[in-house]
Design a protein. Structure first.
Length: 138
């Protein structure tokens, strides 16, 4: 094979590898974004269900984006939820494992929040999200 053909062969192989590498990276990034979106939606639904099952009078929820702890551990695995179109409660846990193992809890509330939001602490695990109007932030 002459030098010219060898050069084109090497160039072609390098281009195929480059394009293939870019394509694999693109697919990997898209898949990780889809996994993150699925995790966020699952966490939002779990927090909404916890609120509905632990408080009566919940008719409408606006569930905010999931906040995750940063790389050094600051923050919590939580989200803000507006209840009955009035005010927000911060619901979550310190870590992802606690959130899924022990379930979420109210992290930040305010004085007389039950009265202001029109809800009452009343655990009933048979309640579902079907009767509640829910808006999930993406």
């Amino acid at each position: 094979m002459n030098k010219r053909k060898k050069g084109w062969l090497i160039f072609t192989i390098l281009m195929i590898l480059l394009v293939g590498g870019i394509a694999v990276r693109y697919v990997t990034v898209k898949q990780s974004q889809a996994n993150a979106a699925n995790e966020e939606r699952r966490a939002q639904e779990k927090a909404a269900l916890w609120l509905v099952q632990n408080y009566s009078g919940v008719k409408e929820l606006k569930v905010g984006k999931l906040d995750r702890p940063n790389a050094v551990g600051g923050g919590s695995y939580a989200m803000d939820i507006t209840v009955n179109n009035k005010r927000e409660l911060r619901i979550g846990e310190d870590t992802r494992d606690e959130f899924y193992k022990d379930g979420p809890m109210i992290l930040v509330s305010f004085d007389d929040y039950e009265q202001i939001l029109g809800i009452k602490k009343d655990h009933d695990s048979s309640r579902t999200l079907k009767s509640v109007k829910i808006e999930y932030e993406r």
